[in-house]
Design a protein around this ligand. Structure first.
Ligand code: 4HQ
Length: 268
């Protein structure tokens, strides 16, 4: 299912140094060290002409703000594509397809990504015509550049590559964590400021622990993100748990129904 080769990330940006701390920490750093990913941040300015190597210019038609000139970007994209011909070129923009776990999983199957990071008001429209394969957004808010979106994308993709999460099997991801919220987690101490860890987690009964975790995931998703449940194909066990809640709630309401005569007569 997964691509067994190395994932190649090439970022095109006028601020390549922004990526150094990202490459140098945590799971991304380890993925580079273990050759699960290869990374490079290329300065678009290196492809700009003239003494001042200008990458931006004023918009035709007037108005405030600056636009990224097409020639340096085109040069940078063509150079990156020549070096990694099987890569897909993605422009980070609020106009793109919204990044979610499903899209991250599809991207993790590709051999390489060239991520184009705009600055200023955006890039010249003509860049999109044949130099960009896809446009991706990380959400409906406006940032000052595509660098943080590119890091978000690479981070979400890197942790999906086989062997990058250290011990955790990436296929565990596929089963349900994409459309249910995580269950509650606890670590030592057993009692923290008077609050105890649920007994079942100390029981050593792995079947019961798995059941508790699924129920914890379901209740958290139900309370905080109903939309995720509504868009989900529920599993057999999940349906059983939801039905149990329904029965429990109906029992509570059934008992209440005996009080209704009192309530109607004004006797709360
Ligand atoms: N940008 N998701 C780059 C974003 C953005 C987003 C604004 C992209 C500025 C120049 N990119 N332009 N949200 O806000 O991807």
């Amino acid at each position: 299912m997964q691509n067994s080769g190395i994932m190649n990330f090439t970022v095109l940006t006028i601020f390549p140094e922004m990526f150094d701390p990202f490459w140098e920490h945590g799971i991304v750093r380890r993925a580079i060290e273990q050759s699960k990913i290869a990374v490079s941040a290329v300065n678009i300015r290196d492809f700009a002409e003239g003494k001042h190597r200008v990458t931006d210019d004023r918009p035709y038609g007037g108005g405030t703000g600056m636009i990224m000139k097409p020639e340096p970007l085109a040069g940078a994209i063509r150079d990156a594509r020549t070096k990694t011909p099987s890569s897909r070129t993605i422009l980070m923009t609020p106009q793109g397809q919204k990044l979610d776990q499903h899209l991250a999983r599809k991207l993790a199957l590709l051999p390489g990504l060239v991520l184009v990071c705009g600055r200023y008001e955006g890039v010249d429209e003509r860049i999109g015509h044949d130099l960009i394969d896809d446009e991706i957004s990380i959400g409906d808010y406006v940032l000052t550049g595509g660098e943080l979106p590119a890091m978000v994308l690479m981070d979400s993709v890197t942790r999906l590559l086989p062997g990058t999460l250290g011990g955790v099997d990436a296929s565990e991801e596929d089963s349900f964590s994409d459309s249910l919220l995580e269950h509650a987690y606890y670590t030592r101490p057993r009692v923290f400021e008077g609050a105890e860890v649920p007994d079942v987690l100390l029981s050593g009964n792995h079947g019961e622990i798995e059941k508790w975790r699924l129920e914890s995931s379901l209740i958290r998703t139900f309370l905080k993100r109903k939309d995720l449940l509504e868009n989900r194909r529920l599993g057999k066990q999940e349906i059983e748990i939801l039905k149990k809640w329904c029965r429990d709630i109906e029992k509570i309401l059934y008992v209440q129904s005996f009080h209704s005569a009192d309530t109607l007569s004004g006797n709360q």
